[in-house]
Design a protein around this ligand. Structure first.
Ligand SMILES: Nc1ncnc2c1ncn2[C@@H]1O[C@H](COP(=O)(O)OP(=O)(O)OP(=O)(O)O)[C@@H](O)[C@H]1O
Length: 603
Protein backbone atom coordinates (compact mmCIF):
# COMPACT_ATOMS: atom_id res chain seq x y z
CA UNK A 1 0.00 0.00 0.00
CA UNK A 2 1.34 3.46 -0.89
CA UNK A 3 2.12 5.44 2.25
CA UNK A 4 1.16 9.12 2.40
CA UNK A 5 3.95 11.65 3.09
CA UNK A 6 5.12 12.00 6.66
CA UNK A 7 4.97 15.45 8.28
CA UNK A 8 7.43 16.85 10.82
CA UNK A 9 4.65 16.84 13.41
CA UNK A 10 4.13 13.14 12.85
CA UNK A 11 7.86 12.45 13.25
CA UNK A 12 7.90 14.37 16.53
CA UNK A 13 4.78 12.56 17.70
CA UNK A 14 6.48 9.24 16.97
CA UNK A 15 9.49 10.25 19.05
CA UNK A 16 7.22 11.39 21.85
CA UNK A 17 5.52 8.01 21.80
CA UNK A 18 8.90 6.33 22.26
CA UNK A 19 9.74 8.64 25.17
CA UNK A 20 6.35 8.03 26.76
CA UNK A 21 6.75 4.25 26.54
CA UNK A 22 9.24 3.95 29.44
CA UNK A 23 9.60 7.50 30.80
CA UNK A 24 11.64 6.55 33.89
CA UNK A 25 14.01 4.42 31.90
CA UNK A 26 14.37 7.19 29.34
CA UNK A 27 14.98 9.76 32.09
CA UNK A 28 17.68 7.52 33.61
CA UNK A 29 19.46 7.30 30.27
CA UNK A 30 19.35 11.09 29.94
CA UNK A 31 20.54 11.72 33.50
CA UNK A 32 23.41 9.23 33.13
CA UNK A 33 24.40 10.84 29.82
CA UNK A 34 24.37 14.24 31.54
CA UNK A 35 26.48 12.98 34.46
CA UNK A 36 29.01 11.38 32.12
CA UNK A 37 29.22 14.66 30.17
CA UNK A 38 29.84 16.65 33.36
CA UNK A 39 32.55 14.19 34.42
CA UNK A 40 34.16 14.55 30.99
CA UNK A 41 34.14 18.34 31.58
CA UNK A 42 35.74 17.91 35.01
CA UNK A 43 38.34 15.59 33.47
CA UNK A 44 39.10 18.18 30.83
CA UNK A 45 39.57 20.97 33.36
CA UNK A 46 42.05 18.73 35.23
CA UNK A 47 44.41 19.76 32.45
CA UNK A 48 44.66 23.21 34.06
CA UNK A 49 46.31 22.14 37.33
CA UNK A 50 48.20 19.31 35.60
CA UNK A 51 49.86 21.66 33.10
CA UNK A 52 50.42 24.23 35.83
CA UNK A 53 51.95 21.58 38.12
CA UNK A 54 54.14 20.23 35.32
CA UNK A 55 55.41 23.74 34.58
CA UNK A 56 55.88 24.72 38.22
CA UNK A 57 58.02 21.62 38.84
CA UNK A 58 56.53 20.67 42.19
CA UNK A 59 55.35 24.10 43.26
CA UNK A 60 51.91 23.85 41.70
CA UNK A 61 50.14 26.66 43.51
CA UNK A 62 52.60 29.28 42.47
CA UNK A 63 51.18 31.31 39.56
CA UNK A 64 47.93 29.37 39.91
CA UNK A 65 44.97 30.61 37.89
CA UNK A 66 41.37 30.47 39.13
CA UNK A 67 40.70 26.92 38.01
CA UNK A 68 43.93 25.56 39.49
CA UNK A 69 43.11 27.38 42.72
CA UNK A 70 39.76 25.59 42.81
CA UNK A 71 41.44 22.21 42.40
CA UNK A 72 43.95 23.15 45.09
CA UNK A 73 41.11 23.92 47.53
CA UNK A 74 39.39 20.66 46.64
CA UNK A 75 42.57 18.63 47.23
CA UNK A 76 43.14 20.46 50.50
CA UNK A 77 39.61 19.63 51.69
CA UNK A 78 40.10 15.98 50.79
CA UNK A 79 43.46 15.95 52.56
CA UNK A 80 45.37 14.96 49.42
CA UNK A 81 48.81 16.30 48.44
CA UNK A 82 48.52 18.71 45.51
CA UNK A 83 51.25 17.13 43.35
CA UNK A 84 51.43 16.20 39.67
CA UNK A 85 51.20 12.49 40.56
CA UNK A 86 48.10 12.97 42.71
CA UNK A 87 46.55 15.20 40.05
CA UNK A 88 47.01 12.44 37.48
CA UNK A 89 45.55 9.89 39.90
CA UNK A 90 42.62 12.32 40.39
CA UNK A 91 42.12 12.63 36.62
CA UNK A 92 42.28 8.84 36.19
CA UNK A 93 39.68 8.35 38.95
CA UNK A 94 37.30 10.86 37.34
CA UNK A 95 37.77 9.13 33.98
CA UNK A 96 37.05 5.70 35.52
CA UNK A 97 33.76 6.99 36.90
CA UNK A 98 33.01 8.92 33.67
CA UNK A 99 33.43 5.85 31.44
CA UNK A 100 31.57 3.61 33.88
CA UNK A 101 28.62 6.00 33.82
CA UNK A 102 28.84 6.31 30.06
CA UNK A 103 28.91 2.49 29.77
CA UNK A 104 25.78 2.37 31.90
CA UNK A 105 24.08 5.03 29.74
CA UNK A 106 24.92 3.16 26.52
CA UNK A 107 23.88 -0.17 28.00
CA UNK A 108 20.55 1.20 29.15
CA UNK A 109 20.06 2.83 25.73
CA UNK A 110 20.53 -0.57 24.08
CA UNK A 111 18.15 -2.22 26.51
CA UNK A 112 15.61 0.53 25.88
CA UNK A 113 15.95 0.11 22.13
CA UNK A 114 15.70 -3.66 22.07
CA UNK A 115 12.88 -3.55 24.58
CA UNK A 116 10.98 -1.03 22.44
CA UNK A 117 11.47 -3.25 19.41
CA UNK A 118 10.03 -6.17 21.37
CA UNK A 119 7.11 -4.00 22.49
CA UNK A 120 6.43 -2.83 18.94
CA UNK A 121 6.51 -6.36 17.56
CA UNK A 122 4.42 -7.93 20.31
CA UNK A 123 1.89 -5.10 20.37
CA UNK A 124 1.59 -5.06 16.57
CA UNK A 125 1.23 -8.84 16.38
CA UNK A 126 -1.35 -8.87 19.15
CA UNK A 127 -3.32 -6.15 17.38
CA UNK A 128 -2.93 -7.93 14.03
CA UNK A 129 -4.42 -11.09 15.51
CA UNK A 130 -7.28 -9.05 16.95
CA UNK A 131 -7.95 -7.09 13.75
CA UNK A 132 -11.06 -7.64 11.67
CA UNK A 133 -10.88 -9.90 8.64
CA UNK A 134 -11.84 -6.92 6.46
CA UNK A 135 -8.58 -5.29 7.56
CA UNK A 136 -6.71 -8.25 6.10
CA UNK A 137 -8.86 -8.01 2.95
CA UNK A 138 -7.66 -4.41 2.54
CA UNK A 139 -4.07 -4.63 3.71
CA UNK A 140 -2.69 -7.97 2.56
CA UNK A 141 -0.74 -10.24 4.86
CA UNK A 142 2.65 -9.45 3.25
CA UNK A 143 2.43 -5.79 4.32
CA UNK A 144 1.56 -6.93 7.82
CA UNK A 145 4.53 -9.29 7.92
CA UNK A 146 6.85 -6.56 6.67
CA UNK A 147 5.59 -4.11 9.26
CA UNK A 148 6.00 -6.51 12.15
CA UNK A 149 9.34 -8.06 11.22
CA UNK A 150 11.37 -5.62 9.14
CA UNK A 151 9.97 -2.17 9.78
CA UNK A 152 10.28 -2.57 13.55
CA UNK A 153 13.98 -3.39 13.22
CA UNK A 154 14.71 -0.15 11.39
CA UNK A 155 12.45 1.70 13.79
CA UNK A 156 14.47 0.56 16.80
CA UNK A 157 17.64 1.49 14.90
CA UNK A 158 16.34 5.07 14.77
CA UNK A 159 15.80 5.06 18.54
CA UNK A 160 19.32 3.79 19.22
CA UNK A 161 20.72 6.52 16.97
CA UNK A 162 18.64 9.25 18.61
CA UNK A 163 19.86 8.28 22.08
CA UNK A 164 23.42 8.28 20.81
CA UNK A 165 22.77 11.70 19.22
CA UNK A 166 21.63 13.04 22.58
CA UNK A 167 24.85 11.81 24.26
CA UNK A 168 27.03 13.28 21.54
CA UNK A 169 25.16 16.59 21.54
CA UNK A 170 25.62 16.94 25.29
CA UNK A 171 29.35 16.31 24.92
CA UNK A 172 29.62 18.84 22.08
CA UNK A 173 27.78 21.44 24.16
CA UNK A 174 30.14 20.81 27.05
CA UNK A 175 33.29 21.17 24.89
CA UNK A 176 31.86 24.28 23.23
CA UNK A 177 31.03 25.83 26.64
CA UNK A 178 34.58 25.27 27.92
CA UNK A 179 36.01 26.71 24.70
CA UNK A 180 33.61 29.64 24.99
CA UNK A 181 34.86 30.48 28.48
CA UNK A 182 38.50 30.32 27.40
CA UNK A 183 38.25 32.04 24.01
CA UNK A 184 34.75 33.43 23.39
CA UNK A 185 35.44 35.14 20.07
CA UNK A 186 37.23 32.16 18.56
CA UNK A 187 34.47 29.81 19.67
CA UNK A 188 31.78 32.04 18.15
CA UNK A 189 33.74 32.18 14.89
CA UNK A 190 34.12 28.38 14.90
CA UNK A 191 30.38 27.93 15.58
CA UNK A 192 29.46 30.23 12.68
CA UNK A 193 31.79 28.30 10.34
CA UNK A 194 30.44 24.91 11.41
CA UNK A 195 26.87 26.20 11.19
CA UNK A 196 27.51 27.53 7.67
CA UNK A 197 28.97 24.19 6.67
CA UNK A 198 25.89 22.37 7.97
CA UNK A 199 23.56 24.72 6.09
CA UNK A 200 25.53 24.22 2.89
CA UNK A 201 25.58 20.45 3.13
CA UNK A 202 21.89 20.27 3.97
CA UNK A 203 21.03 22.21 0.83
CA UNK A 204 23.36 20.36 -1.48
CA UNK A 205 22.51 16.81 -0.45
CA UNK A 206 19.10 15.23 -0.77
CA UNK A 207 17.53 15.06 2.72
CA UNK A 208 18.22 11.80 4.52
CA UNK A 209 14.54 11.53 5.24
CA UNK A 210 13.58 11.42 1.52
CA UNK A 211 16.22 8.81 0.72
CA UNK A 212 15.27 6.83 3.83
CA UNK A 213 11.63 6.82 2.77
CA UNK A 214 12.68 5.43 -0.62
CA UNK A 215 14.68 2.70 1.12
CA UNK A 216 11.65 1.81 3.27
CA UNK A 217 9.30 1.63 0.28
CA UNK A 218 11.74 -0.40 -1.84
CA UNK A 219 12.28 -2.77 1.07
CA UNK A 220 8.54 -3.37 1.35
CA UNK A 221 8.31 -4.17 -2.36
CA UNK A 222 11.24 -6.61 -2.12
CA UNK A 223 9.53 -8.44 0.72
CA UNK A 224 6.19 -8.57 -1.11
CA UNK A 225 7.87 -9.99 -4.18
CA UNK A 226 9.69 -12.71 -2.23
CA UNK A 227 6.52 -13.63 -0.45
CA UNK A 228 4.56 -13.88 -3.68
CA UNK A 229 7.36 -16.03 -5.10
CA UNK A 230 7.56 -18.45 -2.22
CA UNK A 231 3.90 -18.73 -1.32
CA UNK A 232 2.63 -19.18 -4.86
CA UNK A 233 5.54 -21.32 -6.03
CA UNK A 234 3.39 -24.00 -7.69
CA UNK A 235 1.38 -21.59 -9.83
CA UNK A 236 4.51 -19.59 -10.56
CA UNK A 237 6.18 -22.67 -11.99
CA UNK A 238 3.08 -23.91 -13.78
CA UNK A 239 2.34 -20.56 -15.41
CA UNK A 240 5.97 -19.83 -16.24
CA UNK A 241 6.01 -16.69 -14.08
CA UNK A 242 9.56 -17.15 -12.80
CA UNK A 243 11.21 -14.76 -15.27
CA UNK A 244 8.59 -12.08 -14.74
CA UNK A 245 8.85 -12.37 -10.96
CA UNK A 246 12.62 -12.33 -11.05
CA UNK A 247 12.75 -9.28 -13.31
CA UNK A 248 10.33 -7.47 -10.97
CA UNK A 249 12.48 -8.53 -8.04
CA UNK A 250 15.62 -7.24 -9.76
CA UNK A 251 13.98 -3.87 -10.40
CA UNK A 252 12.86 -3.48 -6.80
CA UNK A 253 16.08 -4.73 -5.26
CA UNK A 254 18.00 -2.37 -7.58
CA UNK A 255 15.87 0.47 -6.28
CA UNK A 256 16.53 -0.68 -2.72
CA UNK A 257 20.26 -1.02 -3.33
CA UNK A 258 20.56 2.34 -5.08
CA UNK A 259 18.61 4.17 -2.38
CA UNK A 260 20.65 2.47 0.36
CA UNK A 261 23.91 3.33 -1.40
CA UNK A 262 22.74 6.94 -1.78
CA UNK A 263 21.91 7.05 1.91
CA UNK A 264 25.29 5.65 2.97
CA UNK A 265 27.15 7.80 0.42
CA UNK A 266 25.50 10.94 1.72
CA UNK A 267 26.25 9.98 5.32
CA UNK A 268 29.90 9.40 4.49
CA UNK A 269 30.05 12.57 2.36
CA UNK A 270 28.72 14.61 5.26
CA UNK A 271 31.28 13.10 7.59
CA UNK A 272 34.15 13.65 5.15
CA UNK A 273 33.23 17.23 4.28
CA UNK A 274 32.92 17.99 7.97
CA UNK A 275 36.18 16.33 8.87
CA UNK A 276 37.92 18.38 6.22
CA UNK A 277 36.18 21.59 7.34
CA UNK A 278 36.85 20.86 11.00
CA UNK A 279 40.54 20.14 10.35
CA UNK A 280 41.01 23.43 8.46
CA UNK A 281 39.05 25.46 11.01
CA UNK A 282 40.90 23.83 13.91
CA UNK A 283 44.34 24.63 12.57
CA UNK A 284 43.21 28.18 11.84
CA UNK A 285 41.94 28.50 15.41
CA UNK A 286 45.13 27.04 16.85
CA UNK A 287 47.17 29.49 14.81
CA UNK A 288 45.09 32.44 16.03
CA UNK A 289 45.09 31.17 19.64
CA UNK A 290 48.87 30.82 19.71
CA UNK A 291 49.87 33.88 17.74
CA UNK A 292 47.16 36.43 18.59
CA UNK A 293 45.69 35.57 21.98
CA UNK A 294 47.46 35.99 25.23
CA UNK A 295 46.36 32.65 26.66
CA UNK A 296 48.25 30.90 29.43
CA UNK A 297 49.81 27.57 28.49
CA UNK A 298 47.24 25.68 30.56
CA UNK A 299 44.29 27.61 29.05
CA UNK A 300 45.70 27.02 25.58
CA UNK A 301 46.13 23.31 26.38
CA UNK A 302 42.54 22.92 27.53
CA UNK A 303 41.23 24.99 24.59
CA UNK A 304 43.10 22.86 22.04
CA UNK A 305 42.09 19.65 23.75
CA UNK A 306 38.43 20.71 23.75
CA UNK A 307 38.65 21.64 20.07
CA UNK A 308 40.27 18.34 19.11
CA UNK A 309 37.57 16.39 20.95
CA UNK A 310 34.82 18.61 19.55
CA UNK A 311 35.84 18.45 15.87
CA UNK A 312 35.21 14.78 15.06
CA UNK A 313 32.09 14.74 17.24
CA UNK A 314 30.50 17.59 15.29
CA UNK A 315 31.07 15.79 11.99
CA UNK A 316 29.73 12.57 13.54
CA UNK A 317 26.72 14.48 14.77
CA UNK A 318 25.73 15.54 11.27
CA UNK A 319 25.97 12.13 9.67
CA UNK A 320 24.10 10.77 12.67
CA UNK A 321 21.24 13.20 12.08
CA UNK A 322 21.24 12.14 8.44
CA UNK A 323 21.08 8.44 9.42
CA UNK A 324 18.25 9.15 11.86
CA UNK A 325 16.30 10.90 9.15
CA UNK A 326 16.78 7.75 7.07
CA UNK A 327 15.43 5.45 9.75
CA UNK A 328 12.72 7.69 11.12
CA UNK A 329 10.21 6.84 8.34
CA UNK A 330 10.27 3.25 9.56
CA UNK A 331 9.39 4.34 13.08
CA UNK A 332 6.59 6.59 11.85
CA UNK A 333 5.28 3.88 9.53
CA UNK A 334 5.29 1.35 12.35
CA UNK A 335 3.33 3.74 14.55
CA UNK A 336 0.92 4.40 11.69
CA UNK A 337 0.52 0.67 11.19
CA UNK A 338 -0.25 0.19 14.87
CA UNK A 339 -2.71 3.10 14.71
CA UNK A 340 -4.52 1.52 11.74
CA UNK A 341 -4.66 -1.81 13.55
CA UNK A 342 -6.09 -0.15 16.65
CA UNK A 343 -8.84 1.37 14.54
CA UNK A 344 -9.68 -1.96 12.98
CA UNK A 345 -9.95 -4.17 16.04
CA UNK A 346 -12.75 -6.64 16.23
CA UNK A 347 -15.33 -5.65 18.83
CA UNK A 348 -15.42 -7.93 21.87
CA UNK A 349 -19.10 -8.27 21.24
CA UNK A 350 -21.65 -7.95 24.00
CA UNK A 351 -21.60 -9.27 27.49
CA UNK A 352 -24.36 -11.84 27.15
CA UNK A 353 -23.59 -15.51 27.35
CA UNK A 354 -24.44 -17.70 24.40
CA UNK A 355 -27.58 -19.75 25.15
CA UNK A 356 -27.06 -23.42 25.74
CA UNK A 357 -28.45 -25.08 23.74
CA UNK A 358 -28.92 -22.88 20.69
CA UNK A 359 -32.43 -23.86 19.67
CA UNK A 360 -32.77 -21.65 16.63
CA UNK A 361 -30.79 -19.28 14.49
CA UNK A 362 -32.51 -16.78 12.24
CA UNK A 363 -31.45 -14.21 9.69
CA UNK A 364 -33.91 -11.34 9.73
CA UNK A 365 -33.81 -9.21 6.58
CA UNK A 366 -30.01 -9.25 6.51
CA UNK A 367 -28.10 -7.25 3.90
CA UNK A 368 -24.37 -6.90 3.59
CA UNK A 369 -21.89 -4.80 1.61
CA UNK A 370 -18.14 -5.46 1.78
CA UNK A 371 -16.03 -2.47 2.92
CA UNK A 372 -15.17 -0.25 -0.01
CA UNK A 373 -17.52 -2.06 -2.41
CA UNK A 374 -20.36 -0.28 -4.15
CA UNK A 375 -23.30 -2.62 -4.07
CA UNK A 376 -24.57 -5.13 -1.54
CA UNK A 377 -23.45 -8.75 -1.82
CA UNK A 378 -26.43 -9.94 0.17
CA UNK A 379 -29.91 -8.41 0.20
CA UNK A 380 -32.84 -9.10 2.49
CA UNK A 381 -31.73 -12.56 3.60
CA UNK A 382 -34.32 -14.11 5.87
CA UNK A 383 -33.96 -17.70 6.98
CA UNK A 384 -34.35 -19.88 10.04
CA UNK A 385 -32.45 -22.92 11.18
CA UNK A 386 -33.60 -25.06 14.10
CA UNK A 387 -31.43 -27.09 16.40
CA UNK A 388 -30.30 -30.40 14.93
CA UNK A 389 -31.36 -29.51 11.40
CA UNK A 390 -29.29 -30.15 8.33
CA UNK A 391 -29.62 -27.14 6.04
CA UNK A 392 -28.15 -26.77 2.57
CA UNK A 393 -27.28 -23.54 0.75
CA UNK A 394 -26.81 -23.79 -3.00
CA UNK A 395 -26.40 -21.39 -5.88
CA UNK A 396 -24.03 -20.46 -8.62
CA UNK A 397 -20.51 -19.23 -7.95
CA UNK A 398 -20.18 -15.72 -6.53
CA UNK A 399 -23.82 -15.39 -5.48
CA UNK A 400 -22.97 -14.85 -1.80
CA UNK A 401 -23.26 -18.27 -0.13
CA UNK A 402 -19.94 -18.05 1.74
CA UNK A 403 -20.79 -14.52 2.81
CA UNK A 404 -23.99 -15.78 4.48
CA UNK A 405 -22.03 -18.18 6.71
CA UNK A 406 -19.25 -15.62 7.29
CA UNK A 407 -21.92 -13.39 8.81
CA UNK A 408 -23.12 -16.25 10.98
CA UNK A 409 -19.55 -16.82 12.26
CA UNK A 410 -19.26 -13.04 12.76
CA UNK A 411 -16.28 -12.78 10.41
CA UNK A 412 -18.22 -9.73 9.23
CA UNK A 413 -21.30 -8.04 10.70
CA UNK A 414 -24.45 -7.32 8.65
CA UNK A 415 -24.80 -3.85 7.14
CA UNK A 416 -28.49 -4.01 8.00
CA UNK A 417 -30.88 -6.53 9.49
CA UNK A 418 -30.13 -8.86 12.35
CA UNK A 419 -28.93 -12.39 12.98
CA UNK A 420 -30.43 -13.87 16.13
CA UNK A 421 -29.87 -16.97 18.22
CA UNK A 422 -32.81 -17.92 20.46
CA UNK A 423 -34.21 -14.45 19.75
CA UNK A 424 -31.08 -12.47 20.80
CA UNK A 425 -28.90 -10.64 18.30
CA UNK A 426 -25.60 -12.54 18.02
CA UNK A 427 -23.80 -9.17 18.32
CA UNK A 428 -24.87 -9.12 21.96
CA UNK A 429 -22.90 -12.28 22.73
CA UNK A 430 -19.25 -12.33 23.70
CA UNK A 431 -17.51 -12.71 20.34
CA UNK A 432 -15.08 -15.46 21.37
CA UNK A 433 -17.80 -17.44 23.07
CA UNK A 434 -20.06 -17.16 20.02
CA UNK A 435 -17.27 -18.31 17.70
CA UNK A 436 -16.53 -21.25 19.95
CA UNK A 437 -20.09 -22.35 19.18
CA UNK A 438 -19.56 -22.14 15.43
CA UNK A 439 -17.19 -24.57 13.72
CA UNK A 440 -16.56 -23.75 10.10
CA UNK A 441 -14.78 -25.88 7.55
CA UNK A 442 -13.77 -24.03 4.41
CA UNK A 443 -13.00 -25.39 0.97
CA UNK A 444 -9.30 -24.49 1.29
CA UNK A 445 -8.62 -24.82 4.99
CA UNK A 446 -5.31 -23.68 6.41
CA UNK A 447 -3.07 -26.51 7.52
CA UNK A 448 -0.47 -25.48 10.10
CA UNK A 449 3.15 -26.41 9.49
CA UNK A 450 3.02 -28.91 12.34
CA UNK A 451 1.98 -32.49 13.08
CA UNK A 452 -1.37 -34.05 12.20
CA UNK A 453 -2.12 -34.16 15.94
CA UNK A 454 -1.58 -30.40 16.32
CA UNK A 455 -3.67 -29.73 13.24
CA UNK A 456 -6.54 -31.71 14.70
CA UNK A 457 -6.38 -30.56 18.30
CA UNK A 458 -4.99 -27.03 17.65
CA UNK A 459 -2.92 -27.52 20.79
CA UNK A 460 -5.75 -28.56 23.13
CA UNK A 461 -5.67 -31.70 25.28
CA UNK A 462 -7.77 -34.33 23.55
CA UNK A 463 -8.11 -37.95 24.61
CA UNK A 464 -6.92 -40.74 22.32
CA UNK A 465 -10.43 -42.13 22.11
CA UNK A 466 -11.88 -38.79 21.01
CA UNK A 467 -9.15 -38.38 18.42
CA UNK A 468 -9.85 -41.84 17.05
CA UNK A 469 -13.60 -41.17 16.95
CA UNK A 470 -13.38 -37.96 14.88
CA UNK A 471 -10.75 -39.55 12.66
CA UNK A 472 -13.26 -42.28 11.87
CA UNK A 473 -16.04 -39.78 11.12
CA UNK A 474 -13.82 -37.60 8.92
CA UNK A 475 -12.32 -40.73 7.32
CA UNK A 476 -8.82 -39.76 8.37
CA UNK A 477 -8.20 -43.29 9.58
CA UNK A 478 -8.16 -44.28 5.89
CA UNK A 479 -4.88 -42.53 5.23
CA UNK A 480 -3.47 -42.50 8.77
CA UNK A 481 -1.52 -45.73 8.17
CA UNK A 482 0.20 -44.16 5.17
CA UNK A 483 1.67 -41.40 7.36
CA UNK A 484 5.16 -42.27 8.59
CA UNK A 485 4.60 -41.29 12.22
CA UNK A 486 0.80 -41.48 12.39
CA UNK A 487 -0.66 -38.54 14.31
CA UNK A 488 2.84 -37.22 14.90
CA UNK A 489 3.67 -36.83 11.22
CA UNK A 490 4.56 -33.25 10.25
CA UNK A 491 2.22 -32.10 7.49
CA UNK A 492 4.57 -29.51 5.93
CA UNK A 493 4.03 -25.89 4.97
CA UNK A 494 0.26 -25.41 4.61
CA UNK A 495 -0.19 -29.18 4.55
CA UNK A 496 1.82 -29.61 1.37
CA UNK A 497 2.22 -33.32 2.10
CA UNK A 498 -1.54 -33.94 1.94
CA UNK A 499 -3.89 -34.21 -1.01
CA UNK A 500 -6.73 -31.68 -1.34
CA UNK A 501 -9.25 -34.23 -0.05
CA UNK A 502 -7.01 -35.19 2.87
CA UNK A 503 -6.62 -31.55 3.86
CA UNK A 504 -10.38 -31.17 3.86
CA UNK A 505 -10.77 -34.25 6.04
CA UNK A 506 -8.22 -32.92 8.53
CA UNK A 507 -10.13 -29.62 8.71
CA UNK A 508 -13.40 -31.46 9.14
CA UNK A 509 -12.02 -33.55 12.01
CA UNK A 510 -10.64 -30.35 13.58
CA UNK A 511 -14.12 -28.83 13.47
CA UNK A 512 -15.74 -31.98 14.83
CA UNK A 513 -13.34 -32.00 17.78
CA UNK A 514 -14.60 -28.63 18.90
CA UNK A 515 -17.79 -28.70 20.88
CA UNK A 516 -19.45 -26.23 18.56
CA UNK A 517 -23.19 -26.67 18.19
CA UNK A 518 -23.24 -25.16 14.70
CA UNK A 519 -21.19 -26.96 12.09
CA UNK A 520 -20.73 -25.03 8.86
CA UNK A 521 -19.40 -26.88 5.86
CA UNK A 522 -18.49 -24.41 3.11
CA UNK A 523 -17.66 -26.66 0.17
CA UNK A 524 -15.87 -28.63 2.89
CA UNK A 525 -15.95 -31.96 1.12
CA UNK A 526 -15.78 -30.77 -2.48
CA UNK A 527 -12.41 -32.43 -3.12
CA UNK A 528 -13.61 -35.86 -2.05
CA UNK A 529 -15.12 -38.41 -4.39
CA UNK A 530 -18.91 -38.61 -4.17
CA UNK A 531 -18.87 -41.94 -2.41
CA UNK A 532 -16.52 -40.80 0.36
CA UNK A 533 -18.44 -37.54 0.68
CA UNK A 534 -21.73 -39.39 1.07
CA UNK A 535 -20.30 -41.67 3.76
CA UNK A 536 -18.92 -38.70 5.71
CA UNK A 537 -22.23 -36.86 5.51
CA UNK A 538 -24.18 -39.90 6.61
CA UNK A 539 -21.94 -40.26 9.66
CA UNK A 540 -22.20 -36.57 10.53
CA UNK A 541 -25.99 -36.75 10.28
CA UNK A 542 -25.95 -39.75 12.60
CA UNK A 543 -23.92 -37.84 15.18
CA UNK A 544 -27.05 -36.76 16.92
CA UNK A 545 -29.75 -34.14 17.11
CA UNK A 546 -27.73 -31.61 19.05
CA UNK A 547 -25.52 -30.55 16.15
CA UNK A 548 -26.92 -28.19 13.55
CA UNK A 549 -25.25 -28.57 10.17
CA UNK A 550 -25.24 -25.92 7.46
CA UNK A 551 -23.65 -27.08 4.24
CA UNK A 552 -22.80 -25.02 1.19
CA UNK A 553 -22.34 -27.13 -1.90
CA UNK A 554 -22.05 -26.89 -5.63
CA UNK A 555 -22.43 -30.63 -5.97
CA UNK A 556 -26.13 -30.96 -5.16
CA UNK A 557 -25.81 -34.57 -4.01
CA UNK A 558 -24.05 -33.19 -0.92
CA UNK A 559 -27.26 -31.55 0.33
CA UNK A 560 -29.78 -33.94 -1.15
CA UNK A 561 -30.78 -35.28 2.27
CA UNK A 562 -30.92 -31.82 3.89
CA UNK A 563 -34.05 -30.92 5.90
CA UNK A 564 -34.21 -27.70 3.93
CA UNK A 565 -32.26 -26.21 1.06
CA UNK A 566 -31.97 -22.49 0.28
CA UNK A 567 -31.11 -21.35 -3.21
CA UNK A 568 -29.17 -18.08 -3.40
CA UNK A 569 -29.19 -15.98 -6.56
CA UNK A 570 -27.44 -12.63 -6.82
CA UNK A 571 -27.33 -12.25 -3.05
CA UNK A 572 -30.98 -13.11 -2.47
CA UNK A 573 -32.72 -16.27 -1.36
CA UNK A 574 -35.05 -17.17 -4.19
CA UNK A 575 -36.42 -20.50 -3.01
CA UNK A 576 -36.31 -22.98 -0.17
CA UNK A 577 -37.56 -26.48 0.50
CA UNK A 578 -36.47 -30.09 0.54
CA UNK A 579 -34.73 -31.64 -2.45
CA UNK A 580 -37.97 -33.08 -3.78
CA UNK A 581 -39.98 -29.92 -3.12
CA UNK A 582 -37.43 -27.83 -4.98
CA UNK A 583 -37.38 -30.23 -7.91
CA UNK A 584 -41.14 -29.98 -8.08
CA UNK A 585 -40.85 -26.22 -7.84
CA UNK A 586 -38.90 -26.33 -11.12
CA UNK A 587 -36.90 -23.20 -10.29
CA UNK A 588 -33.17 -22.51 -10.09
CA UNK A 589 -32.44 -25.60 -7.98
CA UNK A 590 -34.18 -27.84 -10.50
CA UNK A 591 -32.22 -26.15 -13.27
CA UNK A 592 -28.86 -26.66 -11.47
CA UNK A 593 -29.88 -30.23 -10.75
CA UNK A 594 -30.69 -30.90 -14.38
CA UNK A 595 -27.37 -29.58 -15.69
CA UNK A 596 -25.41 -31.59 -13.12
CA UNK A 597 -27.41 -34.63 -13.99
CA UNK A 598 -26.78 -34.13 -17.71
CA UNK A 599 -23.07 -33.63 -17.16
CA UNK A 600 -22.98 -36.92 -15.24
CA UNK A 601 -22.35 -35.47 -11.76
CA UNK A 602 -24.17 -37.27 -9.00
CA UNK A 603 -27.15 -35.28 -7.94
N1 LIG B 1 -13.52 -9.95 1.19
C1 LIG B 1 -14.24 -9.53 0.15
N2 LIG B 1 -14.19 -8.24 -0.22
C2 LIG B 1 -14.92 -7.80 -1.25
N3 LIG B 1 -15.73 -8.58 -1.98
C3 LIG B 1 -15.82 -9.87 -1.67
C4 LIG B 1 -15.07 -10.42 -0.59
N4 LIG B 1 -15.35 -11.74 -0.50
C5 LIG B 1 -16.23 -12.00 -1.48
N5 LIG B 1 -16.51 -10.90 -2.18
C6 LIG B 1 -17.46 -10.78 -3.30
O1 LIG B 1 -18.74 -11.11 -2.81
C7 LIG B 1 -19.46 -11.90 -3.76
C8 LIG B 1 -19.97 -13.16 -3.08
O2 LIG B 1 -18.87 -13.93 -2.67
P1 LIG B 1 -19.07 -15.32 -1.91
O3 LIG B 1 -17.73 -15.88 -1.65
O4 LIG B 1 -19.98 -15.12 -0.76
O5 LIG B 1 -19.84 -16.16 -3.03
P2 LIG B 1 -20.10 -17.72 -3.11
O6 LIG B 1 -21.52 -17.86 -3.56
O7 LIG B 1 -19.74 -18.39 -1.85
O8 LIG B 1 -19.10 -18.12 -4.28
P3 LIG B 1 -18.39 -19.53 -4.56
O9 LIG B 1 -19.48 -20.51 -4.76
O10 LIG B 1 -17.64 -19.28 -5.79
O11 LIG B 1 -17.56 -19.84 -3.37
C9 LIG B 1 -18.51 -12.15 -4.92
O12 LIG B 1 -18.86 -11.26 -5.95
C10 LIG B 1 -17.16 -11.80 -4.39
O13 LIG B 1 -16.38 -11.20 -5.39
Amino acid sequence: MAEPDISTGEKLESLKQVARHRPLFMASVLVLSLVSTLLEGIGLTFLYPIITAAQAEGDAVQNADGVTELFFQAYLTLGLPFTLEFLIVGLASVMVVRYSVSFLAKWLSSVLTVEYERYLRTHAYELALGATVSYYDDEGSDDILNAIITQTQYASGAIQQILSLVRQTLLCLMYASIALVIAPVLTVVATVVFGGLTYLIRHVLEPGYTVGDRVATANERVQENVQAGTQGIRDIKLFGMTDHLLSEFRTTIDRYTNSSIALYRNQIAIRSIYELGVAIVLFGLIYVAISRLALSISALGVFLFAMFRLGPRISGLNSMVYAIEGNLPHLVRTHRFIGRLEERQEPDGGTRSVPNPIDEVEFDDVSFTYDGEDGPVLSDITLRIDRGEFVGIVGQSGTGKSTVVSLLARIYDPTSGEIRANGTSIEEFDLREWRSNVAMVRQNPHIFNDTLRYNLTTGRDVSKGELRRVSEVAQISHFLDELAAGYDTPLGDDGVKLSGGQRQRVALARALLSDAELLILDEATSDLDSDLERRIHETIERLGDDRTVIAIAHRLSTVRTADRIYTVEKGRITESGSHHELLRNDGKYAYLHSIQHDSGEHA
